[in-house]
Design a protein around this ligand. Structure first.
Ligand SMILES: *[C@@H]1O[C@H](CO)[C@@H](O)[C@H](O)[C@H]1NC(C)=O
Ligand SMILES: *[C@@H]1O[C@H](CO)[C@@H](O)[C@H](O)[C@H]1NC(C)=O
Ligand SMILES: *[C@@H]1O[C@H](CO)[C@@H](O)[C@H](O)[C@H]1NC(C)=O
Ligand SMILES: *[C@@H]1O[C@H](CO)[C@@H](O)[C@H](O)[C@H]1NC(C)=O
Ligand SMILES: *[C@@H]1O[C@H](CO)[C@@H](O)[C@H](O)[C@H]1NC(C)=O
Ligand SMILES: *[C@@H]1O[C@H](CO)[C@@H](O)[C@H](O)[C@H]1NC(C)=O
Ligand SMILES: *[C@@H]1O[C@H](CO)[C@@H](O)[C@H](O)[C@H]1NC(C)=O
Ligand SMILES: *[C@@H]1O[C@H](CO)[C@@H](O)[C@H](O)[C@H]1NC(C)=O
Ligand SMILES: *[C@@H]1O[C@H](CO)[C@@H](O)[C@H](O)[C@H]1NC(C)=O
Ligand SMILES: *[C@@H]1O[C@H](CO)[C@@H](O)[C@H](O)[C@H]1NC(C)=O
Ligand SMILES: *[C@@H]1O[C@H](CO)[C@@H](O)[C@H](O)[C@H]1NC(C)=O
Length: 645
């Protein structure tokens, strides 16, 4: 027996070693091909499916001032701004909620040694996929419940029962229960191989926010038998858990550990907790808040227990006994104290999420292997009016994306090679140009609060363009040493990549940046060309020249105004369109509403009733787009807003 086992073991080891050598050899070849040759890679799934070959690039394109405009690949302005804005918003809380309709799969890593949090009433480490919050406040909110005391306690539970149908797997805010929650802290034992889904990807909606998950789900489903589909449906009646099941099954042979979504703060959906990806380092069971305060649990006010309850769930005050009334008075008082602490629990979560308006630096994105729906079909460039799963995104195109994603996940170790931080490049551009475009737009739209003449407008606008243009100009335009046409030099300065262009995707992103920057610089030059002659003319007319007529000046100003408005409206930049109403105080945050569960309000993209009914704080209904969108002026809020809820 032992002997046999010995032989089997040895054979198995040999086989295993052989396989590892083969796999390693195959992988190295693929990785080399990936970067340096145009040979296509053909990869076989373990389950026998063949993924069509997909060659990323033979790139490492050398960009220099002589060739840069010829190196771009064609992409129109609409698609370019979508790429630009998707990368700008990646892993930013506020921006992901403002542009909630994600289009892109970003390879992502969470490095070894990162802490992740989960709360659960169960006594075991999850044996299936589950969420892991990156912020402890997020996890705490889902586990520590401040039960409702007093007269409103029956109404509240009733109110949540009448919530619209949502695809939520997570407990809604303030759900009533008495379960003990365990707060688990995990530490990653290795770098996790993940996919980040952009936009408001944990929104639990059917309006497009979850399309990146749905697309994967739909394509994976094509290979499932009817029985398998039925079983999965029964096991996971909630859509987002069904998606998770399928994505994890699909990703398993590829080595995918899970994916990343935004809630209030970011979360990892981890597919397997038990195969060495994470280690449990702490498990605490936090006491109930009422025990800490030394007050008894809330009294269960039901008809069965002798309380008079109306059909809407509220208590019938006139039919209560005097004992019941005095208990309620006592509970109402407790509730006022309790609410102080419970509202801060919610506000702490909002603040933790708000910190990620700047980004989430514990997750690393690999832009140069991102797979996007952009430039595959025609889409509304308005970030609130588009959808990844649109009419034209047919199954062929969807399969193409999923196959490419599979290849990328399978062949490529995320975060291991040098990879250009396109987000940082894009932020430098918005930091430079957003203020410039905004102020020029204000002046030209007579929005400065001052009464400006055309002469004033021309002078004020050219204050912003004069030096910008002068610094790229040579005294002699034909001088060879000037090297470039002035405008091309301006563009080159802003598009020169800050790292290598090593894949087709890098080239795609960079081309989009070139397209956007070209549009801006063309716009600035055109506006300057319209308005600067007014200034020159005014200066010179004191000597001899005839000045422009008021009518001519007015027309030039009007043309410049149309130019800037059209430019700004096509860019769809968040920094151009959204801002905080003021600088917030220390006890406040500049609040961007999120989609899905929140301590403040559960926003749904579609209004509850037929139109503008039940619109929550900080959002409004956009009739043109037919959905709820976030207000352009963001407001500072503090905990009192939650206290009043
Ligand atoms: C770049 O393209 C332009 C026209 O498209 C052409 O005139 C020029 O020679 C090209 N430059 C190089 C370096 O290929
Ligand atoms: C966490 O601690 C609780 C209480 O001791 C226990 O019941 C539970 O099994 C523990 N969970 C894990 C995953 O260790
Ligand atoms: C019950 O809730 C309403 C609405 O939120 C609030 O105005 C009222 O003060 C609450 N009543 C008590 C007794 O807390
Ligand atoms: C761990 O589980 C994930 C998800 O199922 C899988 O993709 C990965 O290959 C596994 N890793 C190891 C080391 O078994
Ligand atoms: C409240 O009482 C009802 C019966 O009247 C019971 O079904 C329910 O489980 C009780 N709830 C709690 C939280 O004890
Ligand atoms: C209060 O109790 C009386 C007597 O039982 C009953 O007739 C009445 O309908 C109750 N009122 C309400 C609002 O339920
Ligand atoms: C984007 O690219 C697609 C595919 O090339 C094209 O059909 C569409 O017109 C382009 N523009 C926009 C705004 O979608
Ligand atoms: C899907 O769309 C692409 C791009 O528009 C088109 O080339 C292709 O023929 C379409 N495929 C099917 C099956 O309709
Ligand atoms: C500009 O706005 C001011 C008030 O802010 C107004 O008095 C003036 O008429 C406006 N000028 C034009 C050209 O619309
Ligand atoms: C964008 O789509 C157009 C039309 O399908 C295509 O010609 C172009 O090469 C695409 N651009 C990139 C960068 O993939
Ligand atoms: C919504 O319903 C209200 C009242 O029922 C009605 O007055 C209003 O016109 C409706 N709005 C829309 C957009 O249908």
């Amino acid at each position: 027996m032992n002997f046999k086992v010995g032989i089997r073991q040895t054979r198995k080891n040999i086989l295993l070693t052989g396989t590892i050598v083969l796999i390693t050899a195959l992988f190295s070849t693929l990785l080399i091909n990936w970067h340096f040759t145009s040979k296509t890679a053909c990869i076989r799934f373990q389950n026998g499916h063949i993924i069509p070959s997909y060659s990323e690039t033979d790139a490492y394109i050398d960009i220099n001032w002589k060739n840069f405009l010829n190196q771009t690949v064609p992409i129109d302005l609409g698609n370019s701004t979508m790429v630009f804005n998707s990368i700008f918003a990646a892993l930013k809380q506020s921006a992901s909620d403002i542009h909630p309709l994600g289009l892109t799969y970003f390879p992502a890593t969470v490095r070894k040694g990162t802490l992740l949090y989960h709360t659960t009433p169960k006594s075991e480490i999850p044996d299936s996929f589950e969420w892991l919050a990156l912020d402890h406040e997020f996890s705490y909110f889902f586990g520590v419940r401040f039960t409702q005391y007093g007269r409103n306690s029956t109404v509240i539970s009733h109110k949540y029962k009448s919530k619209p149908k949502v695809l939520d797997n997570s407990p809604p805010p303030k759900r009533k229960h008495e379960d003990r929650y365990h707060f688990l802290t995990f530490e990653t034992s290795r770098d996790l191989q993940l996919i980040y889904l952009d936009g408001a990807s944990a929104a639990k909606t059917e309006t497009g926010e979850m399309d990146t998950q749905k697309l994967l789900n739909d394509i994976i489903e094509l290979d499932m038998s009817d029985d398998e589909k039925k079983q999965a449906r029964e096991k996971y009646p909630i859509e987002e858990r069904l998606y998770a099941d399928r994505i994890c099954r699909w990703g398993k042979p590829l080595g995918l550990d899970g994916y990343v979504r935004v809630e209030i703060g970011f979360e990892v959906i981890l597919c397997d907790f038990l195969n060495g990806s994470v280690e449990l380092i702490s498990n605490i069971t936090i006491p109930r808040p009422n025990d800490i305060l030394g007050i008894p649990p809330v009294v269960n006010k039901t008809k069965e227990n002798g309380w008079s309850i109306a059909s809407d769930g509220s208590l019938v005050e006139e039919n209560l006994t005097s004992d019941q009334v005095s208990l309620l008075d006592r509970e109402d008082y407790w509730q006022r104290i309790f609410k102080q602490y419970s509202s801060m629990e919610g506000f702490d979560w909002i603040r933790a999420g708000n910190i990620h308006d700047k980004g989430e630096n514990r997750i690393f994105l690999d832009y140069h292997y991102m797979i996007t729906g952009i430039n595959r079909t025609e889409m509304n460039p308005d970030p609130n009016g588009r959808r990844l799963l649109n009419q034209e995104m047919n199954k062929t195109l969807q399969k193409e994306m999923v196959n490419k994603l599979a290849t990328v996940v399978k062949t490529y170790q995320f975060g291991q090679t040098r990879n250009t931080n396109w987000q940082s490049h894009i932020e430098q551009l918005t930091d430079k140009f957003a203020p410039m475009l905004k102020i020029i737009q204000r002046i030209l739209n007579n929005d400065t609060g001052k009464d400006l003449s055309s002469d004033d407008i021309a002078l004020q606008v050219t204050r912003y363009t004069f030096n910008f243009i002068l610094r790229f100009r040579n005294i002699d335009p034909d001088d060879q040493l000037a090297l470039l046409q002035a405008k091309d030099l301006a563009i080159y300065q802003y598009v020169k990549p800050i790292g290598p262009i090593s894949t087709k995707t890098d080239l795609f992103i960079w081309s989009a940046i070139v397209r956007v920057v070209t549009e801006i610089i063309d716009g600035l030059y055109a506006i300057h060309t319209d308005l600067f002659p007014i200034v020159q003319n005014n200066l010179q007319s004191t000597f001899d020249l005839d000045s422009f007529t008021e009518r001519q000046k007015f027309e030039k100003v009007l043309k410049a105004k149309q130019q800037i408005n059209s430019l700004v409206s096509q860019l769809h930049w968040i920094p151009l369109e959204y801002e905080c109403e003021k600088k917030c105080e220390f006890d406040e945050v500049c609040y961007t509403p999120s989609w899905g569960p929140s301590p403040l309000s559960w926003n749904s993209p579609l209004p509850r009733d037929n139109g503008t009914e039940h619109i929550n704080f900080g959002v409004h209904y956009d009739h043109k787009l037919g959905r709820i969108v976030i207000n352009n002026k963001l407001k500072c809020i503090n905990v009192d807003l939650i206290l009043q809820k």
